[in-house]
Design a protein around this ligand. Sequence first.
Ligand code: C5P
Length: 420
Amino acid sequence: MLDDGAPRIAGKRVALGVAGGIAAYKAVEIMRGLQRAGCAVRVALTRHACEFIRPLTFRALTDEPVIVDDYAPENPDPIAHISFSQQIDLFLVAPATANLLAKFAAGLADDFLTTTYLATTAPVIVAPAMNPQMWHHPATQRAIAQLRADGVHIIEPDRGEMACGAVGPGRLSEPEKVVQAALRLLDAHGRARDLTGERILITAGATREEIDPVRFISNRSSGRMGFALAEAALARGAQATVVAAATSAPEPCGARIVRVSSAEEMLRAVMSELPDATIFIAAAAVADYRPVMRAPQKIKKSDRRLTLELEPTPDILAEVARQKRDALVVVGFAAETERVAERARAKLERKGLDLIVANDVSQEGAGFDTETNIVTLIARDRARDLPRMTKLEVAHRVLDEAKRLRAMQMADGSTAKTVR
Ligand code: C5P
């Protein structure tokens, strides 16, 4: 079945656990965001959370009973932690306090939320929130490391000013980001693992070409498209390696990330990873030019004009295509502002690619550092215009097409072998 790239969210059941921190009120916004996306949300609070927000707030907004204590006389289900934990597609705790994280990590089960954690088979995400001192404490960091090793997804807290006046990491990640992380995980679990066995090598981010020890030439790429490709590949059972230059988007959970800075370094890293890859996707915004000379010391300011001499960087994508082995699928991106399809097709031919993802970066909602993109997928045998969609959805469509091309190349390879 062809994957249409659309997220599979409608009707998913999410258990939202709320622990006792000042950020507990933000759980309402998270719950609303999940509901807007089509999820059925049930809420459970720790006893301490009830000091910050009333269960009635959630009861009124979900039209479902809110569980605090499963032994409470008004609870209709005597083994609620078991039935509740078996009927959910995702267990999300936001905010998660230091206490709750430590209990999860140690496997303690002394209330409804901790028992649900042990009893559920659904994926678990926690969004910690606490004072920076508590966040940095080795005991909390040990709990986080343990939870990661146990397969729990952690939404790192933001930096900023806390309710207690302290500044540092520990603030609950923005509700919108928590909702997005939850939706992505739900989507990943609903997908067929149709790329199992594929090894996908992706470039991402903006290269930096040094002028002197403190200055460089770069661009606005956030790395979001490359990371979305890795996330989509992993969700569908592939292995993903990302050779990443400078990025500002969050790294995908579970991908192998090889960090580089310049185009030259990216080329070297790609060439050393390539023998293992079955699909190569160049989503990085590689600088086209670099300074001929990197000044060894910081260039001093003066009143005179300064001329920088630039030379072309290596074209990584073209180099990969030149060295292409049998059945390796090579995919490039083409960011254009005019005659998009025509120029992209010319690039496909010139660089010897199997697929090119063309986008008109002058359009609203497309291109660099945005959440969405509007692209045309151009292969040698067909071209498809896609509507505006999130970069994760674009990533799934690109992988659908790469999968099709890979199957064609493998079929060609086996025919060639038989004929020979
Ligand atoms: O030639 P142009 O820069 O327009 O091609 C864009 C495509 O080529 C993108 O996929 C980009 O990642 C890749 N590229 C590359 N190395 C370069 C320049 C672009 O891999 N030096």
